[in-house]
Design a protein. Structure first.
Length: 399
């Protein structure tokens, strides 16, 4: 793709801010059509799907933040002149064409597109059918901004495809794809990995764990736990599983305290059989597959472990590799946990809800990557480029 100047990109984004603001009523009206087809009692889905004035404000904020960020393209990463006179520069370069597949969240149509555009990549937006009306209006806004500055509208393309059509496109794309980012559950990720013919960057599921060490400060633990679990249940950084060290002081009474706190906050609590010695008969269960489940609801699961090593082993076995917490006042224990737990973000005495581009200082994010190549964690503007070597010679040949 031809490199678009930073000045022109920012003019497009400035226009987009005005277009979003002036089309609030139209966007909200389109979103209402989507909401009318869904049961608002499915709170997680409803939270992800709804677009109101606040949501539009966050979209506008995302565009402003990206507009104000430094252009990530054509930046020198390193440069060297060899003894033979060759001059070598390693510079950032656009990916080319990025496809993102996502479900329910119309704000992704703004955040993903603004990042790809500023990073000088074309983006194909494959949104879910549940948000079709919202997404179509938001893409219209993008096209208006691009046309105003004489840029082709296919830089931001919406793919209105069903599952079969998407599968066919992945197997035999009608244009070159350089990167695919699936944002959603395990079934979506598995579907894309099975059929894609190019690089896939996994925006993994949550299923985040908290480990309560034997010295954890209890009031601090409860505060962090409730924030991580209840502040936004539809987010991939919400807490699902809690492991408590059996050697903690007043272990039995603290388990009962947890049960009461979750009940008060209307969180359904599943108690694993490892707690059978302290919970009423019949209230615990053995199903190991629940450890792997991402809830996205007012539900949590608690189990007991004998040691930090057992906790680390369980988290690495069952979690989605997204975010994990240790609650402890021991620096040595925190260091061990944070080094050995294989998650994109590891926390010491803090809520998993901070695994977010804006909260981590990255700004708007395309996804939270749980892959290790080429980037892990919030995938913001700076991370949405690849690299290219520029080699300058004067008739150089290799001996």
């Amino acid at each position: 793709m031809q490199i678009i100047s930073s000045k022109k990109k920012n003019k497009v984004l400035k226009s987009m801010i005005k277009i979003l603001d002036s089309n609030r009523a139209k966007i909200i009206e389109a979103n209402k059509k989507d909401l009318d087809l869904y049961d608002p009692t499915d709170r997680a889905m409803y939270d992800r799907l709804i677009v109101d004035d606040y949501k539009i404000d966050t979209m506008i904020k995302a565009v402003k933040e990206v507009k104000d960020q430094e252009d990530p393209v054509d930046k020198i990463i390193s440069e060297i002149e060899l003894e033979n006179g060759l001059k070598i520069q390693n510079k950032t370069a656009p990916f080319g064409t990025i496809m993102i597949i996502y479900e329910s969240r119309p704000d992704v149509t703004i955040e993903a597109a603004v990042l790809a555009f500023k990073a000088n990549s074309k983006i194909l937006l494959k949104g879910g059918k549940e948000a079709i009306n919202s997404n179509l209006v938001l893409v219209e806004c993008w096209h208006e901004a691009l046309e105003k500055h004489d840029l082709p509208t296919d830089l931001i393309t919406f793919l209105n495809m069903n599952r079969i059509q998407t599968q066919e496109f992945l197997i035999a794309p009608t244009e070159k794809l350089d990167l695919i980012v699936p944002r959603g559950g395990e079934k979506l990720i598995a579907f894309v990995k099975e059929h894609a013919k190019c690089a896939v960057l996994i925006s993994g599921r949550g299923n985040n764990f908290m480990y309560i060490h034997d010295d954890a400060e209890w009031e601090k633990t409860i505060e962090v736990m409730l924030n991580a679990k209840t502040q936004k249940i539809s987010a991939c950084n919400a807490l699902d599983k809690i492991l408590i060290n059996k050697n903690i002081d007043q272990y039995s009474s603290k388990i009962q305290n947890l049960r009461q706190i979750f009940m008060t906050n209307k969180v359904e609590l599943a108690m694993h059989s490892s707690l059978a010695d302290v919970v009423p008969s019949g209230n615990s269960f053995e199903k190991e597959e629940v450890w792997e489940e991402e809830f996205l609801s007012m539900k949590a699961m608690i189990g007991a472990v004998e040691s930090i090593d057992e906790a680390i082993e369980m988290i690495n076995m069952y979690s989605g590799g997204h975010s994990s917490i240790i609650m402890t006042e021991k620096t040595k224990a925190a260091k061990k946990f944070m080094e050995q737990v294989d998650s994109a973000a590891v926390y010491h005495n803090a809520s998993t809800r901070f695994t977010d581009g804006g909260q981590m200082g990255v700004g708007a994010e395309l996804a939270i990557s749980t892959d290790k190549l080429h980037h892990r964690g919030p995938l913001g503007l700076e991370q949405l480029v690849t690299n290219k070597y520029y080699v300058f010679g004067d008739g150089h040949v290799r001996d």
